[in-house]
Write a protein that binds this ligand. Structure first.
Ligand code: HSE
Length: 331
């Protein structure tokens, strides 16, 4: 997460005269829900990430939007592009009439459950903030990013955008303004991430959930959410393993991800502490206690997708990214 004055570990702005003309920001992928925290828990990964380059140009408002790395699938219409909507959010919030050209470089696969549209929106919000020198605080930046995210999923949820912005494991309370609560994680926690060659649209994965949950599932879910927070705060792996489960969304969404249950079971059999759908899937995450175990679990999970469904997968082994969005260039 950049400092309030726009500086970050990633960019040396000390020799710049006047306001920047170009800012490049990287925002990381994230795993949301983490079992029991539908729409309220998320953590940032070390990679992949989306980049946004924002340039000061002639004109007023968003003058152009270009996208690469998406196979031509992400809209460049400013009203439908997550990064552009977040940039517009910053312009509106600050009353700026500056002209901005936006270039989005997608590194996160589309419809993967790794928070790609949230990362684009976060990178857009941070890049615009630094370019305009507006100095928005973290909550305001998150609200701007949520405008972009809302377009994709059709709902207000910041469980991807919050960790992508701030890094770490975040509890983000529902409602506006969003309230972020940073949670500790055991320092040895490593994630095995397996992204099969499948896609799930978040909007559809939310529609199938309906509006109500049975009381029994509610009791289980809020018990697990409370237990998981306690487990993280106490470094209690048994509690984390017991509570990182989803009684609400995952049972309904499993049918959208062929082979999911077998893949999750394979992760647990390989020694993972917990496993589940990353966001709305199809990516599956597993929480492990060593890098060796995460690598082994990831290979087993990818093997299960291959054997049960006949699809290949990309594998990521990652610690928790504690930094979040990062300014790569500012000139
Ligand atoms: N919490 C959101 C959901 C995340 O599960 O729909 C979407 O990636």
């Amino acid at each position: 997460m950049p400092h309030r004055d726009g500086r970050s570990r990633g960019a040396d702005m000390s020799r710049r005269d006047g306001p920047p003309r170009m800012v490049r920001v990287l925002a990381p992928a994230s795993v949301s829900n983490l079992g029991c925290g539908f729409d309220i828990f998320g953590l940032a990964l070390e990679r992949p990430g989306d980049e946004v380059v924002a340039r000061a140009v002639e004109g007023s408002g968003i003058v152009s939007v270009s996208v690469s790395g998406d196979g031509g699938r992400v809209p460049t219409d400013p009203e439908r592009n997550a990064a552009a909507l977040a940039v517009q959010g910053v312009l509106d919030r600050t009353g700026s009439e500056a002209g901005v050209a936006i270039e989005v470089r997608k590194g996160i696969p589309l419809a993967s459950g790794l928070g790609g549209s949230a990362a684009s929106a976060v990178a857009g919000a941070v890049a615009a903030d630094v370019l305009l020198g507006s100095g928005l605080d973290r909550t305001a930046l998150l609200e701007c990013a949520m405008i972009g995210e809302r377009k994709g999923s059709g709902a207000d949820h910041a469980d991807n955008a919050a960790p992508s912005l701030a890094g770490g494991f975040v509890l983000v309370l529902p409602g506006l303004p969003p309230r972020m609560v940073m949670l500790p994680t055991p320092s040895d926690l490593v994630l095995a991430i397996v992204h099969p060659a499948l896609e799930v649209e978040t909007r559809r994965a939310r529609t199938i959930l309906g509006d109500t949950i049975p009381l029994k599932a509610g009791v289980e879910q809020w018990g697990n959410a409370a237990g998981l927070v306690a487990g993280l705060m106490r470094d209690d792996w048994d509690l984390i393993a017991r509570c990182m489960r989803d009684a609400v969304a995952e049972p309904l969404r499993a049918r959208l991800v062929p082979g999911f249950e077998g893949v999750r079971d394979r992760a647990l059999a390989a020694g993972a502490v917990a496993a589940g759908l990353s966001g709305s899937g199809p990516t599956v995450f597993a929480i492990c206690r060593t890098r060796d175990n995460a690598e082994a679990a990831a290979l087993d999970m990818a093997g299960a997708f291959r054997e049960e469904v006949g699809v290949e997968s990309d594998i990521i082994v990652s610690s928790v990214n504690r930094e979040g969005a990062r300014i790569l260039e500012c000139s």
